[in-house]
Write a protein that binds this ligand. Structure first.
Ligand SMILES: [Zn+2]
Length: 379
């Protein structure tokens, strides 16, 4: 059996994704969920005229009973005919994913709950708690500045008991230059005073205080679960250069050997920087989710560039599917194809044996994530 066939049959652990939307979607809604943009492109253009649009037509069409490369309107008509729930069921079950690690902290109307994700996919579903959302919910519930630090620690400990990991969007809010040491209690109190006063003035609870973000992330590390960190590109709320994972260097340097894994998500276009960090810091692991869906035939190149320096025990699979089950499906299909191309090239170069290639494929597809999130210890 060749490596491509071997990879096609391997169950995947999708270590970072989101729920799907089950309401019916008009074309404009569908197109907007397909892209990281937050507003539609210029009149006369379509988000489907992109690598991800081509991939939907090529790979998702047949799952809905259409020919490959069906036209966008035919695809959307068939999707509507089946209904969003049946379309999601087909696209999610055919991913061949054994476990989904779902970030529940991103609000969007119509996202389904975790039980529904499990029913639709046939996979085990595990929750990943978004750190900033926990702090924002406490502030919105009326916790005062004097109590906020302890309340955050208690709430995160509570969430740790029912989560497999934490996720931070520090990159979006304050940039990735997180301090190496946790902030002092008195600094947390001063920051809480300032931030809660801002919240009251603006009527919004958006955690963008560097001291409070650092405090929450360091608190998560003490709780022992892996901490996922958004890095690299994303929606326009991110300032790209502040999401370069190499900005985490001082923070990573200071991690004690017993610290839990720090999981760099997405990474593109800084996947080589992230791979370097995984090479030199034993606690660092990474994925190239999101990018694999959007770079089309270059997915294999992004994986190959990541594997230039990333130890094979540090790379994880994830789709970063959000809203559209098409994105979960494409994550799986394009990852399997991309990784098999990389391994085939190495085999052709006699860089490794077929036995090595199969073992690395299993590690990257699932076994590394099983080890890091201790999935086998869960019932
Ligand atoms: Zn995500």
């Amino acid at each position: 059996m060749g490596i491509a066939e071997e990879l096609a049959d391997l169950p995947l652990v999708d270590q970072h994704c989101h729920p799907v939307v089950l309401g019916s979607l008009v074309r404009a809604d569908f197109e907007l969920l397909l892209t990281e943009a937050s507003v539609p492109g210029p009149t006369g253009t379509s988000e489907l005229d992109s690598h991800v649009g081509l991939a939907v037509r090529r790979w998702c069409g047949p799952e809905l009973g259409l020919d490959r490369h069906a036209q966008p309107d035919d695809y959307l008509a068939r999707r509507a005919e089946l209904g969003p729930r049946e379309a999601a069921r087909r696209l999610l079950t055919s991913c061949g994913t054994s476990d989904l690690l779902v970030d529940t902290g991103l609000e969007h109307s119509g996202l389904c709950d975790l039980t529904t994700m499990a029913e639709l996919s046939g996979a085990r579903v595990h929750e990943v708690t978004r750190v900033e959302t926990v702090v924002e919910e406490l502030a919105a519930s009326g916790v005062g500045a004097a109590a906020l630090g302890d309340a955050v620690a208690d709430a995160l400990a509570d969430r740790a008991a029912r989560s497999v990991g934490f996720k931070t969007i520090a990159a979006y809010r304050v940039g990735l230059e997180l301090p190496a040491a946790p902030p002092a209690t008195s600094d947390v109190r001063t920051a809480a005073d300032r931030w809660l006063a801002d919240c009251e003035r603006t009527g919004r609870h958006r955690l963008d205080d560097p001291t409070l973000v650092a405090y929450a992330v360091h608190t998560c590390l003490r709780l022992g679960l892996p901490v996922q960190v958004h890095t690299g590109y994303g929606d326009p709320d991110v300032t790209l250069h502040r999401a370069d994972p190499s900005l985490l260097t001082a923070f990573l340097h200071a991690l004690p050997p017993a610290a839990p894994p720090v999981v760099l998500l997405h990474c593109y276009p800084y996947h080589r920087q992230a791979a370097y960090l995984a090479n030199v810091f034993p606690n660092v692991v990474l994925d190239v989710s999101l990018a694999v869906n959007h770079v089309g035939p270059r997915a294999a190149a992004v994986l190959a560039e990541t594997l230039e320096l990333a130890p094979f025990g540090s790379l994880l699979y994830a789709s970063d599917g959000f809203g559209l089950p098409e994105l979960h499906h494409l994550g799986a299909v394009l990852f399997r194809r991309g990784l098999s191309r990389v391994l085939e090239e190495w085999l052709a170069d006699d860089a490794l044996t077929a036995v090595d290639a199969a073992r690395f494929a299993r590690m990257i597809s699932a076994d590394n994530a099983r080890r890091i999130y201790r999935l086998d210890a869960l019932t």
